[in-house]
Design a protein around this ligand. Structure first.
Ligand code: MN
Length: 425
């Protein structure tokens, strides 16, 4: 199951006319976000562009051969019990290309430059590794300004600096979905998230994920990735952005004090390579970021409510800010405890709706129906003022970044007489 296998599924729009990576590719993705598309890259002979590849839950579930509502549990199992990927020789369909051969998209007109948004960085040394997504602004000459927030890659950078070593990385573009989801998951510091990818791959295909080590010992890429770049972080910072983040609004925080420069030294590509166009603020971006967060919410709510049917970060809330939790209520007050646990499981979340088992959490109409018919603000609202939320939310308090949170208990009171049941016949 490689990235390019998406071409075999039905509903792929094959565009014969070349699409321009400069604004045209993003426009193509925005036009119809629930269907994948592929086209030749205008001005970049031999290269293709493709977007909206993993932009629906149904599509992703099909890839992994599971049901949509089982996905959170499967993701959680892969995080709890990572697998062992297998390292294989570099397949001979790879060849070296120049960095300026790549069609690097510009997504929106005020972006700081062309960006690679679908690259997953594998980095580390001395047995400590990390896999993570980072947006990369192209500066020319193989140099990228890379957004690195204070998480594991940043910690590896500091460790390398302390030991006066270079931090190298391999960046995979056009990777399989198990690797992409693992790239936005987080294991303990130093623990390689490729283990999560391999466990997911094992669930889907019954065998471990194949990785290759094209240039540097220990630094790996999923075999079959479309484009693989190898390079190192320089001791240099540059202004990065502006760039559109998950809320579809401009994030201008990368400007000061700047972001580290990654120098690409080698690029490998398959035959007819495909640049994965991952639209910032699009459905595919939502799912890639949101799905790996849902297990933390599920785990947290399960600690306080014995029966939790499922959780979902909703697309309407960018799969980041809003969520739904389905519980089987056993004691009055369970739903309010579920609200608090959901917020602690995913601190960026600012609204959560708790519903009963009869509500389909993947159906926004059904969830809103539960709020409309089962919720009363004076008894069912949990309001938390000035908590820490997402820095990406433009409505957060500009002075200290805090946000207010709302939890809605849309469950039926225990012992009710059936007045709340949806009549179906
Ligand atoms: Mn990590």
């Amino acid at each position: 199951m490689e990235f390019r296998d998406f071409r075999k599924i039905s509903g792929v729009a094959r565009i014969d006319e070349p699409v321009n990576p400069n604004l045209g590719a993003a426009r193509m993705s925005r036009r119809d976000q629930i269907h994948p598309w592929i086209s030749p890259a205008e001005g970049f002979p031999g290269f293709r562009l493709a977007g909206n590849i993993f932009s629906t839950r149904e599509g992703l579930a099909n890839w992994f051969n599971v049901n949509v509502d089982d996905f959170t549990d499967i993701m959680m199992e892969a995080m709890d019990q990572p697998g062992d990927p297998r390292v294989i020789p570099v397949p001979d369909y790879y060849h070296e290309v120049g960095i300026d051969d790549l069609p690097i998209p510009t997504y929106y007109s005020e972006d700081g430059g062309p960006y690679i948004t679908s690259g997953i960085f594998h980095s580390g040394f001395d047995g400590r590794y990390n896999l993570s997504f980072h947006r990369m602004m192209y500066l020319g000459g193989g140099r990228f300004g890379v957004r690195v927030v204070p998480r594991h890659l940043n910690a590896l950078m500091k460790e390398a600096e302390k030991q006066e070593r270079e931090l190298r990385a391999v960046v995979s573009i056009g990777a399989d979905p198990a690797s992409l989801l693992a790239g936005s998951s987080s294991a303990d510091f130093g623990v390689d998230e490729f283990g999560i990818a391999s466990a997911l791959h094992m669930k889907a295909e019954g065998r471990p994920l194949n990785l290759i080590e094209p240039y540097v010992d220990g630094l790996r890429a999923p075999a079959g990735s479309e484009i693989i770049m190898a390079g190192k972080f320089l001791n240099e910072r540059v202004p990065e952005g502006p760039f559109v983040d998950i809320t579809s609004t401009y994030d201008r925080k990368g400007m000061d004090p700047g972001e580290p420069v990654f120098q690409v030294e080698k690029v490998l590509a398959r035959e007819d390579p495909i640049m994965h166009v991952l639209l910032p603020g699009g459905l595919e971006h939502y799912l890639m970021m949101g799905i790996p967060k849902e297990p933390a919410i599920l785990r947290s709510v399960r600690k306080v409510v014995p029966r939790v049917n499922g959780v979902r970060l909703t697309e309407g809330g960018c799969c980041w800010l809003h969520g739904v939790v389905s519980i089987r209520k056993q004691k009055e007050g369970d739903a309010k405890n579920a609200v608090m646990a959901a917020f602690s499981g995913h601190p960026s979340m600012k609204q959560v709706v708790v519903v009963d088992s009869d509500i389909d959490i993947f159906d926004d109409l059904d969830v809103e129906w539960a709020v409309a018919t089962r919720y009363q603000a004076d008894r069912d609202l949990v309001l938390i003022k000035k908590a820490r939320g997402s820095t990406l939310d433009p409505s957060a308090d500009p002075t200290d970044g805090t946000t207010s949170k709302t939890g809605l208990d849309a469950t039926v009171p225990l012992g009710s007489n059936g007045d709340y049941d949806k009549v179906s016949e």
